[in-house]
Design a protein around this ligand. Structure first.
Ligand code: FE2
Length: 496
């Protein structure tokens, strides 16, 4: 740039800074340089449960709400007329399907429910499974204790449960199921009606905990970062450019789920898309169990912003870790020339720290690779981790993984009613609708198409390398038989 031009730009910046309340002379950004002129969305205590749920963003800019309605809300409306067809389908093919022991074990080993596998057996777990020798095997537990807060409707049942497994080679072998409501342990060797019914209660508990306890932790705590970044980072800042392709649709979606009267969490009888077994109070308590954790239960620690890839057993864990590493490499390259103590990142980090448990403070964000890890966690979570949970849950056979059950939890010797009667057509219709609308992913913007708008050639090259790395990983995982979600369906943001 020629000297007179440089001088003119400097003068312009100085004037702009003075009349637009720049933070200091050193930081020549005016209000106009921010997406919403520093008047954008911001987190606040959750209106429904200020101390039990993560902070929520309830004042969402109109243009974001309109964008969401156009691309997502209208699809919901257009899908509603499908309800009678799903009802008819459930009448023609009624009830549940058999779940063999092998299928049951596969679901706990390989589906997104493998997130529940834990080797942290606590006192309560060993009290329940006291008949088994602690030292004999490498024991694991699938603890679905959170289900106890669900208050079911008359004639519909759910129960907390614990499933005991042991590791043999790479596989987790099911040994026994404990059903909390009847305080009964069923061993796999029993081969009885009660065992068959117990498996459905575990899978129902898995579905409830998947959709309302652990999956929400990929949604709601991250909303604060979405809002804070839009409001506090200048549009030209490298961190804003890196994060912003991953913001779209999320805030209006979350607000609709958490606060709209028409949300499936309201679980009114007439809501053809609300599939859960009980009313809104119990369902919201599931969210609280996930966010606050369950005291004394090692399977349910409170939410903490992680600076590492999620610790998940089995193939799903390998899949998630592999993607996390690709994001880490990309973020490292993009942020490699960010100065230590960057003013805007320090402020951003402090704001996030105020609203997101264990998010690093501005003082700590420049220590080692903390910044890279914090940003990697955000990008990875709102894209791969979130979308793949949906995709995998979406392909589960809903006639094997029910959300409602019409028979009480089993005691020893109980006979199971006919599978065709275990759920009603109305239950299955609601489930199919929810699956179509909310559980199965409907990707509007793709991760692989993310447009970062970097001007610097080094960063543009890093984006090309990142996308190539994603494609290579997708192919490599497929070859290894670790297929969870095709890359070209992974969304760029939380949009379902
Ligand atoms: Fe989701």
């Amino acid at each position: 740039m020629k000297t007179p031009e440089k001088f003119a730009l400097k003068v312009k910046d100085k004037i702009r800074a003075q009349i637009n309340s720049a933070t200091s002379n050193k930081h020549l950004y005016s209000q106009k340089d921010f997406l919403y002129e520093r008047k954008g969305p911001w987190p606040q205590p959750s209106p429904v449960h200020p101390w039990g749920e993560s902070p929520a963003v309830i004042h969402v800019p109109f243009r974001e709400v309109a964008d969401w309605w156009l691309w997502i809300g209208l699809r919901y409306m257009a899908t509603l007329p499908l309800a009678p067809f799903y009802y008819l389908k459930a009448k023609i093919i009624p009830g549940l399907k058999e779940v063999t022991n092998k299928e049951f074990e596969d679901l706990l080993n390989y589906s997104m429910m493998s997130k529940f596998l834990s080797d942290q057996l606590d006192e309560e777990d060993w009290r329940v499974f006291s008949d088994y020798n602690k030292d004999e095997r490498e024991w694991f537990i699938v603890d679905l204790d959170a289900v106890r807060v669900v208050k079911t409707f008359p004639g519909i049942y759910a129960s907390a449960s614990k499933t005991l497994l042991y590791k043999e080679g790479e596989r987790f072998i099911v040994q026994a199921i404990y059903i909390k409501d009847t305080e009964t342990v069923f061993d796999i060797s029993e081969d009885s009606d009660a065992w068959e019914l117990a498996k459905y209660f575990v899978l129902q508990g898995g579905a409830l905990c998947a959709t309302l306890v652990v999956h929400p932790l990929l949604h709601f705590p991250f909303d604060s970062i979405n809002a804070i970044s839009k409001t506090s980072l200048p549009k030209e800042h490298v961190l804003f450019k890196l994060l912003s392709p991953h913001f779209r649709f999320t805030l209006p979606l979350e607000n609709a789920v958490l606060n709209y009267k028409s949300s499936l969490l309201q679980e009114k009888w007439w809501m053809v898309y609300a599939p859960y077994p009980g009313g809104p109070a119990g369902l919201r308590d599931l969210l609280v169990e996930g966010y606050k954790g369950i005291k004394g239960n090692l399977s349910y620690p409170p939410f903490s912003y992680s600076l590492n890839s999620p610790s998940v057993e089995g193939k799903y864990g390998i899949y998630l870790k592999s993607y996390y590493e690709v994001f880490y490499k990309f973020v490292s390259e993009i942020l490699s020339d960010v100065e230590d103590g960057d003013f805007w990142i320090t402020k951003w980090s402090d704001y996030c720290h105020q609203h997101v448990n264990d998010f690093p403070k501005g003082n700590d964000i420049f220590k080692g690779d903390t910044l890279v890890k914090a940003v990697t966690t955000y990008l990875f979570t709102v894209t791969v981790a979130h979308a793949t949970d949906h995709y995998n849950y979406g392909i589960l056979d809903k006639r094997q993984v029910p959300l409602r059950l019409r028979q009480a939890p089993p005691k020893k010797g109980d006979k199971m009613m006919k599978r065709s009667k275990l759920v009603k057509a109305w239950d299955q219709m609601k489930y199919s609708m929810a699956d179509n609308l909310f559980f199965s992913p409907t990707t509007v913007t793709k991760l692989i198409d993310a447009n970062y708008k970097f001007k610097c050639p080094r960063r543009r090259k890093a984006v090309i390398t990142f996308k190539k790395d994603l494609i290579d990983l997708d192919r490599k995982l497929k070859k290894e038989g670790i297929e969870y979600m095709p890359l070209n369906k992974i969304s760029a943001s939380i949009q379902f």
